[in-house]
Every structure is written in structure tokens, then in C-alpha cells.
Design a protein around this ligand. Sequence first.
Ligand SMILES: [Cu+2]
Length: 170
Amino acid sequence: MTRRTGFALLGSFLVVVSAVVLPAAVMAGSDGAASVQFGTADVGSPFPVGPPPIVAHDRSPNAQFNLVPRTAVVVQDGVVTFTIGGGGGPADKIVRHQVAVCAAGVGPDDVVIPAGNPLLINDPRCVTQGPPATSGSVPVHFTAPGRYLVICNLRPHFVEFQMYGWVDVK
Ligand SMILES: [Cu+2]
């Protein structure tokens, strides 16, 4: 092998390496943050059920009490921002939600539902992020890789409408 072919080979090697490595680095950067709609108040259309401003919605609760997307992906040390409810008519503004992030390994069937009829679940393994709220942004910092269950801490939303999703931390 001449010195010239050696340089040529080294050059093509570097081109291949940067083509493989650089896009991966760019992708990692773009996954440092993700957004999740926590409760979708705008689905369906409102109709009056009483004197103004009382209105109801014809939507399915299964569509309203939902996380979109159901699974968010971030890199380690990434931040997922959950946006609670927000849109819709006056009736939507009274629906509260509360983000709770469960420890890695806790699945939907593992969440301990308290006996009786309490409003909140409060499983200590699913740590609440701020108080129940009708709107607002809830940023959560994920420091360790894993798959995390994120639930709405309001018992009826989780138990009756499966209001939960996932965060995958790579
Ligand atoms: Cu909820």
C-alpha cells in the first residue's frame, strides 16, 4: 500500500464514520425534550345542558382523559413537559388532572388503588408533580434510563378511563 492510498483509505474511513456518528448525535440532541398533552379538552363539540355557562361535551371520556402521545421518548437527563387540559369550553376548565410519575418497573396493574371512593390515588411509588390543576405546564426531568409509567393521580381518570402513558428514557 502506497502512502497515497493509505491517506485515501483513511479519508473514506473518516467520511463513513462521520456519516454514522453525526446523525446519531443530532438525534440525541433533539430527544432531550418532549411534550405530552395531558388530557385533551378540545375533542368533540360542546352543547348546552343548563343555564350559561354550563355546557357539556359530546366527546367520549376515553378520548378526553388521554395522554397524547401515549409514549414519549427522551434521552437521559431529558425533560418531558406535560400540558394539562387547557382548551375547550367553560365545562372543560373545571376538569382537574394531576401528573404522577411511577418508579421504573411499575406497570398499570401494579398501581395500588386505595379502598373506598377517594379522589386521589397517591401510590407512593407514583410521585405527584404539582397539585391537581385544570391547566398549566408540568416539566419533569428524567435522570435515569428506563420505562416510566405516567398516570393521572385522579382515581376515576386512571381507573375508569385508563388515563396513563409512558416515558421511555434512552
Ligand atoms: Cu386526569
